[in-house]
Structures are given as structure tokens and as C-alpha cells.
Design a protein. Structure first.
Length: 210
């Protein structure tokens, strides 16, 4: 959309696999006084972004939704969007194409821990869960697209480790504030805790001891 190419910077997207730490990341980034809001799973916005690149589906309602996501002067706004394993997750690539000024923060959590958390959350749901043998390669595929974007567009991208964020959130936040160019704030340690699915944390500690 050509109209968006001349807009002032001020958009943030927080992206990651479901159960990878996107919710706590949203809470932390929202603490900056220069961030007005970060939407939680705006499915209508994401749907409009995906549909807008199809001529046959493009329409006024999609354009209106895309244009309405506009930051006020002096503030940043954002959206947290997470992905379940599946080919639909690859449509995230339309976000930076639609908003060429937006900054992307990707968060990655250990694949095994992410799967176990996803399994615990959805094992009793109607949709159920897919086997880990299917989840793991899909995870790698989806994450591969995000990490590739970050390598190609480093000025627009920041990649975070969920494990490092939990263990040293203030240090990781300093990276975020610098990347976004916003004022930071001090977050108390009590806001984060080691999760139940923590094989990656245990491996990190073991590697540090050897």
C-alpha cells in the first residue's frame, strides 16, 4: 500500500510461536512511557493484512482496518501475534510488507519446552494437539522464516531468547529500548519466573558448570 510508505515510524510487532513468551514480552514492552498500547492478538487486523495482498479479496473494510492502525504523534503502538504450527503461520511475512516502517521483535523459546507448554495448554481442547514429530519440523520452518528476515533486515528486527529474557529481563529490555528508540523503565524481578517446562534452563545451567 503506497500510502503507508511515507508514514512516520511508530509501529511494533511482537511475533513468536504460541507459548514462547510473547505475552510477557508484550507486558514488558508496554511498560515504556513512549508506548501507547500493544494489541493482544488482533485477529481482525491480521486477517486484513493477509487478505489485502489478494486483489480478489481486497476491499474497503480491509484497507480501513490497515490504515486505522496508525500511531499518534510521539508514541509507538504495536500488536502481539502468535502462531500455531501450520502453513497459515507463514503469512506473517505480509506484516512487514504492509507496514514497511514497522519494527519486528521476534522471540524464540526452546522447541521442546514450547511444545510441552503447548501440549499442556491444548491437550483437553476440542482441536487437540499435533504430535511432536510433526510440530518440531513445522516449528523450525516457521522460525526459519523469521530468523531469515532478521538477518536480511537487521535494522528492522530484534531477536530475543525467552530463556535470556526470563533470566535477565532488565538486560534484554535495555536492548529493546535501544532498538525501539524509546524511554525504558525498571521492571521488578517478581514479574517473571522460571516456567514449569524448563529443560532449556537446565541445559544452560549444566553447560555453564562444565
Amino acid at each position: 500500500m503506497e500510502i503507508l510508505k511515507n508514514t512516520k515510524e511508530g509501529r511494533i510487532f511482537l511475533l513468536g510461536m504460541r507459548r514462547s513468551g510473547t505475552s510477557i514480552l508484550r507486558r514488558l514492552v508496554s511498560a515504556s512511557p513512549d508506548v501507547k498500547f500493544i494489541l493482544f492478538e488482533p485477529h481482525d487486523l491480521y486477517h486484513s493484512i493477509m487478505m489485502d495482498h489478494f486483489d480478489r479479496f481486497r476491499g474497503p473494510k480491509h484497507t480501513e482496518k490497515i490504515l486505522s492502525f496508525c500511531p499518534p504523534p510521539g508514541k509507538m503502538i504495536g500488536a502481539k501475534i502468535v502462531f500455531n504450527p501450520g502453513v497459515d503461520a507463514l503469512d506473517w511475512v505480509w506484516i512487514p510488507k504492509t507496514y514497511p516502517d514497522a519494527k519486528m521483535i521476534f522471540i524464540k523459546r526452546d522447541s521442546e519446552d514450547t511444545y510441552q507448554s503447548y501440549l499442556k495448554a491444548d491437550k483437553d481442547s476440542v482441536r487437540g494437539v499435533i504430535p511432536e514429530t510433526v510440530y518440531s519440523p513445522m516449528y523450525q520452518w516457521i522460525w526459519g522464516t523469521m530468523s531469515s528476515f532478521a538477518r536480511i533486515f537487521p535494522e528492522r528486527s530484534l531477536v530475543l531468547s525467552y530463556e535470556r529474557l526470563v533470566e535477565n529481563h532488565q538486560g534484554e529490555l535495555d536492548k529493546i529500548w535501544e532498538f525501539l528508540g524509546v524511554r525504558g523503565t525498571i521492571i521488578p524481578d517478581s514479574i517473571l519466573r522460571i516456567p514449569e517446562n524448563k529443560s532449556a534452563f537446565e541445559r544452560r545451567r549444566k553447560d555453564g558448570q562444565e
